[in-house]
Design a binder for this molecule. Structure first.
Ligand code: KIV
Length: 303
């Protein structure tokens, strides 16, 4: 275990004392942000350390996305991750967050086959992992399920457009909503999710013009990813914005840091230092007390 400790005062605690910002982000607060036309800030996180940094940075919402199947587990798409795995990652993130709203992503297969099972799995996220809301993909076909979850007191976030769990149906990760028919379908889906009780909808991989229309038409906030700047908020996959994905970024990704570069350099230096025996130094070593050293020397002489 690392002997390094985090500073005791978190940025989130300082933020909480700011008269303008709440100590805890809630769903009503996010709705109000839309009314006030203040952008919702969101990002994914999957583990304690990065979630803590996200919280300290003052973002509104953390999604434990099923994208973890790709960026944390190395799968080629999001389909393989299981409920139990999602719960494990969500618990780590829960321990890190004090201010941001925690949303857990319902993994593929956990809600598509049976509404009762879907509600039961959503309950698990709240009860066993401390999630404050769940996210699921799909439109009209999820209306009943969303209603049942909301009736069970579980806030639900929708997800429309490029929905990664439909990768096989879509024939790859393709921008959606480009024809008149697709635009109409997506708008109908968005209204259906709002009516069913979703508190927000992620709009992924669609023309900005469509995302703007949907954002203007809905009362609930939209959170965009690859959907242009006119959504009520933005979300990115943490590993994309930090350059931790080992692939060419999609058009909509802005890289804010080169964490892979920093880690490569640090690990290369560490390896060199170990090989050259310059790590650890004497100052980085624990020592016996002088009395103990003397005792050791005496007993060595006696041997
Ligand atoms: O799983 C995920 O990271 C997501 C975001 C892309 C919204 O669903």
């Amino acid at each position: 275990m690392s002997l390094t400790t985090f500073s005791t005062e978190r940025v989130s605690e300082r933020v909480g004392r700011d008269a303008d910002l709440p100590a805890k982000i809630t769903i009503p607060y996010l709705s109000n942000k839309k009314t006030l036309r203040r952008p919702i800030t969101a990002v994914t996180a999957y583990d304690y350390a990065s979630a803590r940094l996200v919280d300290e940075a003052g973002l509104d919402l953390v999604l434990v996305g099923d994208s973890l199947a790709m960026v944390m587990q190395g799968h080629e798409n999001t389909l393989a991750v299981t409920m139990d795995e999602m719960l494990l990652y969500t618990r780590g993130v829960r321990r890190a967050l004090r201010r941001a709203l925690l949303v857990a992503d319902m993994p593929f297969g956990s809600y598509q086959t049976d509404d009762r099972e879907g509600v039961a799995n959503a309950v698990r996220f709240v009860k066993e992992a401390g999630a404050e809301a769940v996210k699921l993909e799909g439109g009209r076909e999820r209306k009943d399920l969303v209603r049942r979850m909301v009736d069970a007191e579980i806030p639900v976030m929708g997800h429309l457009g490029l929905t990664p769990q439909s990768v096989h149906r879509m024939g790859g990760y393709k921008v959606q909503g480009k024809t008149m028919e697709a635009i109409d379908e997506l708008r109908t889906d968005a209204f259906a999710l709002e009516e069913a009780g979703c508190f927000a909808i992620v709009l992924e991989g669609m023309p900005r013009e469509l995302a703007r229309i949907v954002s203007e038409e809905l009362k609930i906030p939209t959170i965009g990813i690859g959907a242009g700047p006119d959504c009520d908020g933005q979300i990115l996959v943490l590993h994309d914005l930090m350059n931790m994905t080992f692939s060419t970024p999609a058009k909509f990704v802005r890289r804010y840091a080169d964490v892979a570069g920093v880690m490569r350099e640090a690990l290369g230096e560490y390896r060199q230092d170990v090989e050259a025996r310059t790590f650890p130094s004497d100052a980085e070593s624990y020592h016996l007390s002088s009395e103990m050293r003397e005792l050791m020397a005496v007993s060595a002489e006696a041997r």
